[in-house]
Design a protein around this ligand. Sequence first.
Ligand code: ATP
Ligand code: MN
Length: 581
Amino acid sequence: MKLRDRVVVGFCLSLVLVTVLFVVDLQNENNRRLANVENVVVVSGSGDGGTGDVGIGMHGRSDRTRVASHAQSVWNAAWSTLMPFRAVAPDAAATVSYQSRSQRLNVPQPYQQYRARTAAEDYPAVPDPHVDDRFTDLVVRLSESDSSVPHRGSAIDWTIVKDVIVDDTYNDGTTSNEYVVEYLEAASKSNNTSLTVFHSRISKRELYPENDTYVPLILKAMSGLPILSVSQKEGGTQLKLIIEYLNGDKALMKPMRFSREQQTLPNHFYFTDYERHNAEIAAFHLDRALGFRRAMPVSGRLVNITSELMAQVTSSDLLKTFFVSPDRNMCFHGQCSYYCDTSHAICGNPDMLEGSFAAYLPSQDVLERKTWRHPWRRSYHKRKKAKWETDPNYCEIIRNVPPYNTGRRMLDIMDLSVFDFLMGNMDRHHYETFILFGNDSFPIHLDHGRAFGKAFQDEPSILAPIIQCCHIRKSTLEKLLSFHNEKKLSERLRESMAEDPLTPILWEPHLVALDRRVGFVLQKIRECLLAAAAAAVKSNEDAASFLIHGNSGDKDEETDNKHSNSTIKKEEVATGTKINS
Ligand SMILES: Nc1ncnc2c1ncn2[C@@H]1O[C@H](COP(=O)(O)OP(=O)(O)OP(=O)(O)O)[C@@H](O)[C@H]1O
Ligand SMILES: [Mn+2]
């Protein structure tokens, strides 16, 4: 071989060698990167001290592997019970590999992308203009003897009522009442649970009496009794499970999706907001603290998705939505119209999951309910407005139609508006009542999953019924004043919710917001009283002018309303209302 040929061959050989070395190095680099990605997934999980981000947890890999293989065997067992003719269950691991690419690269779930600010200090402080206001004008107004209050215990004719503060109790402080079944009669029956006794004591004016001893028993049972069967609740937009306990009682479970500090996403409407299990729990406590007692008892509970939920599932449709995530957490998504798919799955940590458990209402076969459209319902449309948002006289329409033109319903709608405003719930589209008690009965407070979504923003439009109608039940106003001037609402709720197994139930800024919003409602009532007083003065002047001049008033003279906030005279407020007994 000539020297030139040798040089060419040598050059080619060294080129091949360099290429081989380059390829080997590239492969090593790839392996190193993949290892890093896996580390990131594990490290971010172990660094998160929150109460349960979807798919990220504090448990080690071996825990998860154990969960996955345990889940596989439970799943196989559950599937063979449901589908006796199908020998082999679809492989849960297949779901894992199907999902794994995006998960291995740690692609965030759609709703996780927005998880940014999680510390209260990250948000601007919300001013509370009423923090030092004692609302003495309202206190004085309430302390005055109410011999002139025209509605005691009567069926109020709302077409003419002008009073702001309305007392619908009898002189002895009670309202008329009837019970589903007398307590002693029900208690004498055998095999009663606390919930069935509770059902038998539901009355025309409330679900349970003040300081009821059955409520704590029901809460305890729901958070501890073994679960016998699990199915999906049909209807509604988001996933809910019907839980049946060993003693035959039932509960409606809403699962946890987010940690407590997760706020409503800024670009979400009230009707696309995710439901929060802790809002259901907190709403029960708030309803009770306000003295309404119109919400069923709700308890938190930490459940094992594999052994307590999946193993007890009674339908294959629900069972087939369970899977093990790439991070080896147990997940499921159920079937519903919003957020029931793989990318919105509910995942355990690795298989433990928080949920709210609401005691079940009596079956409709026993105690039928009627559903009413809420008169101040929102449009549930991203561009349209509801009539009440554009018509300042909307309340005049409502007060003239049944069931709002007589009885207690108008005051119940005002109560509901206070309740929803305090917890920021804009999702009050319907309400239900027990048919047995007729129209003069309370609305059941149901469905609070979308409350407590915005701690740093108050939503005055929720108070529209109060602002537009200017009525409030006397007992509700008394409660609000005591929450403001005596023991704070936040303090009462903190104590009440401390009993729950999942305590703390609310993120601290929500408790701060509750106290701030109490002051806001009181201010609105004050404004109503001032407006009513001004209207009374005006009508007195018009009457006097008519007597003197024989016409309907001196049009040139403007009424100068200079009432101070401190005292409003009773006779100025009580205008021409009539007793209707
Ligand atoms: N504690 C309960 N016991 C029995 N039934 C209940 C209970 N709570 C709610 N329900 C029934 O289940 C229905 C759906 O519940 P809920 O409104 O909480 O779910 P949702 O998914 O938020 O529904 P929607 O999308 O209609 O607002 C209610 O309208 C009510 O009829
Ligand atoms: Mn709802």
